[in-house]
Design a protein around this ligand. Structure first.
Ligand SMILES: [Ca+2]
Length: 345
């Protein structure tokens, strides 16, 4: 092979490698994973509120992690027989409300609360006031509005939330909606309702038995957050905690009490919380909440025990009836003798 041929061959191979690299480039270049953008959320905070009748509480409608925001619409609904709005604090325009959202100027289309039907509605947007430089869009997080409610009834109710967000339109275009997640709220002043528990074994508990406790727990408005079984032995002041797990097949909360030594008195009670941290207690004033561990008689012991009892019974009979028995025998013997004598005669 000549030197020219070798150079041609090297150039050809080089070009071929370049072509292969070019074709494989999309597969060889590792595109770094870009972290997902934070989710935009509109929510009522706190999520759950509890308060007494004739008291008041305030909720915030907050917006988090939004980009290019230019308009908002919020609707909140509640049960007007339970709550009444007594104050509305719109937090739009960060130039006036540092904790708010949107840039001024703000055009409020609607800011209306209706206690007759339990509804609040806010519609507003940034806008160009009189030919000035248009306000920038809003990026970040903040409060939209605060509502203060007065409690008139303790039944509790959801605080339903509707919301729409709009971006800053390009010149000659209209705003586009911004996708986001909504999280409503609850007014929940009532604790969960704990039903009557049952247990297995339902009657005698032996030292080998693990006792399973079942109970139905329900809660209005916010729902059951957790249920706990507490038990103590021999009236000790220390309580052992057992979380009760919900079982959909039985619709009840369940937990177990481990086997206890013979003669142990076991007392238990049940505590439940809802998502408003309302606490309910069902304790051991009921006989259902206390039991004593007793020894179980094995099957193999039943026959010997019966024989033993029989022997004892016979011994007692002999001890209690000896005189009567002797008298009966004497009378019987004389009668027999007389009878014999009569036959001889
Ligand atoms: Ca509740």
């Amino acid at each position: 092979m000549t030197g020219t041929n070798m150079r041609l061959s090297s150039c050809t191979i080089g070009r071929a490698l370049l072509l292969i690299l070019f074709l494989l480039a999309p597969f060889l270049i590792q595109v770094p994973n870009v972290g997902a953008l934070p989710e935009t959320v509109v929510q009522i905070e706190p999520y759950v509120t509890t308060e007494e009748v004739a008291e008041s509480f305030t909720i915030n409608v907050t917006l988090s992690d939004v980009q290019n925001l230019y308009g908002v619409k919020v609707i909140i609904r509640w049960n007007s027989d339970i709550l009444q709005v007594v104050n509305v604090d719109v937090r739009l325009g960060v130039e006036s409300h540092s904790d708010g959202v949107l840039h001024e100027d703000i055009f409020v289309v609607k800011n209306e609360s209706r206690n007759d039907i339990g509804k609040y509605r806010l519609e507003a947007a940034s806008y160009d006031k009189g030919g000035q430089t248009p306000p920038p869009s809003f990026n970040g997080s903040g409060n939209i509005v605060r509502l203060t409610f007065y409690v008139t009834d303790l039944e509790g109710c959801p605080l339903d939330l509707e919301s729409e967000l709009y971006d800053k339109p390009r010149p000659g275009e209209v705003s586009q909606p911004i996708e986001h997640t909504r999280i409503p709220g609850f007014f929940d002043p009532t604790p969960p309702i704990i039903g009557i528990p049952t247990r297995i074994p339902s009657e005698d508990v032996s030292p080998e038995d693990t006792v399973k406790v079942f109970v139905n727990v329900t809660d209005l408005v916010s729902g059951v957050k957790n249920v706990t079984l507490l038990y103590s032995v021999n009236n000790e002041s220390t309580w052992q905690y057992r979380p009760m797990n919900y079982t959909s097949s039985t619709g009840s909360y369940e937990a177990t009490i481990p086997p206890q030594p013979n003669g142990t008195w076991v007392k238990y009670k049940i505590v439940a919380f809802d998502y408003a941290e309302n606490r309910a207690l069902r304790d051991g004033t009921d006989p259902l909440f206390i039991y004593q561990v007793i020894p179980e008689i094995p099957q193999t012991m039943i026959l010997p025990l019966l024989l033993l009892l029989t022997v004892i019974a016979v011994a007692l009979v002999r001890k209690v009836w000896p005189k009567n028995r002797r008298a009966g025998l004497k009378l019987s013997g004389r009668d027999q003798k007389n009878t014999f004598n009569r036959r001889e005669l």
